[in-house]
Design a protein around this ligand. Structure first.
Ligand code: SF4
Length: 470
């Protein structure tokens, strides 16, 4: 999948894809409604208390991350597992590809993992001859399409059922109709036997539990549980911040995660496993590797962006965001889209590559309001804009002139009235059908997608005396 280097080109491409936009609006609308129902069922006050508790848990973990990481690593090793602490994505990829080489692995089955997307694990494994099979339905769809996820929890949100049917019909001996039930049935049958011949199973991790070394994986399809049950070797890849002190905190987070993500009371399969099977156990892996990925995360500790590490990847801010809902996920360019992606991408991948994403927001605050762990996303986006301007030292002169002019016009009522009267008199070359239709860049771009009413014949303060008389 070719990804344009500039945000402008990416969102323009997105705006021209009506099928994708319709699917995204439908998907985000459905998830928002389900989340709203879940909150109503819980009650606003209890929900607010839930969020406070979840925020406190995440803040505590992030502030004591070194201690919890140490505890987690000790316990995984005590349980018979191996740990790789990868500073970069490359280190994580090289650990896993070396392991695959050592095991002579041919078939690798994966459950959904945004971190493995982040570090580009699949292409590296495929390059050395492994067949990598995504077992999450959405991930499998985009794997067949040769694309990347467009949403954190619904990777194929941008596709409709007809497009999915076309993809499935490329690998199916019989024609599958574009009926959701038939498509799911086909995927289930096609993928099921893949679990019986796994050399290595790779999973993501929703939360790792420091005091037991257990890994928690939440899925609605049960695919991660099949992987951890049937693979001789399991590799779990996690972002270094995805830790909780104990199962006590897990109860809060699981309940909040499911409700925020899909409106469910609980995700269907919540798998907790401690790695290598016990000597008397009937199933479970003989070898377990936990790969803990930093890849830019530790750089945020102690900065004004530290709270971004609280994220539990529920996707709720994406569904709430008017920008995401109107351009979809691929326009963001990197693996994490939406408001959280617009913050993470420049922080993890560099301001030079993704700094423009700080403008992919209306600063309406809907993302912050939707976030179950209360990350102040819109404040962070605003701070990133400031950082970008400071970094580039440009735009200051133009902005200075514009704001000085604006402040001088608004300083007195007479100046303000004089300037709007002038604007009304001279706006006519720009007006069409009572709207401002033309303007110099960047206004011309803005006008392509939004309406700006022309200044009226009479302003409110001009008609108010007559209204008052009546
Ligand atoms: S920033 Fe908040 S709302 Fe967005 S994915 Fe993370 S936890 Fe969910």
């Amino acid at each position: 999948m070719h990804i344009e280097p500039s945000f402008r080109k990416r969102y323009k491409k997105a705006l021209s894809d009506q099928t994708m936009l319709k699917a995204v609006k439908l998907g985000t609308g459905r998830l928002r409604a389900q989340r709203a129902n879940a909150i109503t069922a819980v009650g606003e006050d209890r929900w607010a208390a839930f969020r406070d508790r979840a925020e406190a848990i995440r803040l505590h973990v992030v502030q004591h991350l070194d201690q919890y990481l140490e505890k987690l690593v000790d316990n995984v090793i005590k349980n018979g597992g191996h740990v790789c602490l990868a500073r970069t994505g490359e280190e994580a990829v090289s650990y896993i590809t070396e392991l695959a080489k050592k095991k002579n692995a041919k078939t690798i089955v994966k459950s959904k993992s945004m971190v493995t997307e982040e570090i580009h694990l699949n292409p590296a494994l495929e390059q050395q001859g492994c067949k990598v099979i995504e077992s999450d339905l959405g991930e499998w769809i985009i794997q067949l399409a040769g694309e990347t996820p467009s949403h954190i929890i619904v990777p194929a949100m941008h596709k409709n059922r007809f497009q999915v049917a076309d993809l499935f019909n490329e690998v199916s001996p019989q024609k599958i109709p574009a009926v959701v039930k038939d498509l799911c049935q086909f995927a289930r049958e096609h993928l099921r036997d893949k679990f019986l011949n796994i050399d290595i199973g790779i999973t993501g991790c929703n939360f790792a539990i420091a005091d037991s070394g257990a890994v928690t994986i939440c899925t609605n399809e049960g695919n991660a549980r099949l992987i951890t049950t049937l693979s001789p070797t399991v590799v779990t890849v996690m972002g270094m911040e995805r830790i909780l002190p104990s199962v006590e905190e897990l109860a809060v987070m699981l309940s909040l995660l499911a409700r925020s993500a899909t409106g469910q009371k609980m995700t269907v399969y919540n798998t907790l496993f401690t790695g290598v099977r016990a000597p008397d156990a009937l199933d479970g892996p003989q070898e377990f590797h936990l790969v803990i990925v930093d890849n830019g995360r530790s750089k945020q500790l102690g900065t004004k962006y530290e709270k971004v590490l609280n994220c539990i990847r529920c996707g709720s801010c994406l569904n709430a965001c008017p920008v995401f809902r109107n351009i979809g996920g691929h326009a963001y360019g990197w693996v994490y889209p939406g408001p959280i992606g617009a913050v993470l991408s420049p922080l993890y991948q560099g301001m030079d590559k993704y700094g423009e994403l700080a403008y992919a927001t209306t600063l309406c605050g809907a993302c912050t309001f939707a976030c179950p762990v209360k990350i102040p996303l819109h404040d962070m986006l605003y701070a990133l804009r400031n950082d970008k301007v400071e970094l580039e030292h440009k735009g200051e002169l133009v902005e200075d002139i514009a704001y000085k002019g604006w402040s001088s016009v608004f300083a007195t009522a007479s100046r303000y009235r004089f300037s709007v009267r002038m604007a009304r008199r001279f706006q006519f070359p720009l007006v069409k059908a009572d709207k401002i239709a033309y303007g110099p860049p960047p206004i011309s771009e803005w006008l392509k997608y939004r309406d700006m009413p022309a200044l009226p014949d009479k302003f409110f303060h001009e008609v108010w005396p007559d209204i008052k008389k009546d």
